[in-house]
Design a protein around this ligand. Sequence first.
Ligand code: NDP
Length: 330
Amino acid sequence: IQQIVLASRPKGMPDANTFRIDDVSLPALQAGDVRVEPTYFSVDPYMRGRMNDAKSYIPPFKVEQPLTGGAVGKVLESKADSFAVGDLVTGNLPWATQAVVAANGLKKIDASLAPASYYLGILGMPGLTAYFGLLDIGNPQPGETVVVSGAAGAVGIIVGQIAKIKGCRVVGIAGSDDKVALLKEEFGFDEVVNYKTATNLTEAIADACPNGVDVYFDNVGGEVSDAVINNINFHARIPLCGQIALYNTTEVPMGPRIQPMLLTRSVLMKGFVIGNYQARFGEGAKQLAAWVNEGKLRYTETTLKGFDKLPEAMLGLFSGQNTGKMIVEV
Ligand code: NDP
């Protein structure tokens, strides 16, 4: 089998020296193990943080060991009572063409309900992130203006649609005119700002949000967020979900000092990691699946084909190659 290891820790943007494909053989199964063949891998921005040797909410990847990430796969062999050969499962799997893993870390999925890859997106971690971040922290009310950055990505495209379900005016921020058109025409966004071409982003957001910003779902941080916060309303809520603009910086850039505005306008800004909501995953998954079945939530994916495309897909997140969830189909 093949596996992709972290060959060296990147400084700044990862490159060809960061990853290496190795040929290896699999260990024998112990009691409670299954042998799984991944069919879809998820690549996610948080994985960049795990490439650094830094303490975080999740331990760093080890150099010379395979990276791991969300995946969907098929059980080829089982020494666990809970899984049979042929079962489709999801869980955290090593970047390998097959893996022997403990069955208790996996969950069975039903591919008759939705495409299997959706369990890595709208019915998986990104969907839950959008659901709890927006509804629990953002607390959007009908008629309010919700702005979401990274709007055409795995999480953002769901945030915008849930905000529409809740009766809000929804403004996205995204990095290409194609993404702008798609979000407006196919996903019901009221306005979308292209942050790469706007001459003055603060003014462009003001134009798109004549009543100001009541909820800002922040996926990106950096200058985009500075511009949104320049338009923030009194008693606004800011779920701090991601800071992708900063993940590859070697020094954190100094922005304007926006905190006085957060103070005087009584703004709530709250960071979260989706693990905070583990006890409520069932509720979130059920509601997301219901909205998908009712046609109220739609989804899209960018799929690269081939196991060896994993590094390229991962890097593509940082240049906006994906619309919706970035998936690698093995
Ligand atoms: P996406 O599918 O949104 O992919 C990343 C997108 O970010 C790209 O497509 C690109 O779109 C945009 N982007 C990349 N670099 C920049 C930049 N410098 N400035 C502005 N935008 C940029 O990823 P996800 O939906 O999976 O994740 C979105 C965010 O949410 C990430 O920051 C991630 O870390 C975070 N997250 C947090 C979780 C939590 O538990 N708190 C859980 C899951 C995700 P464009 O073309 O528009 O630039």
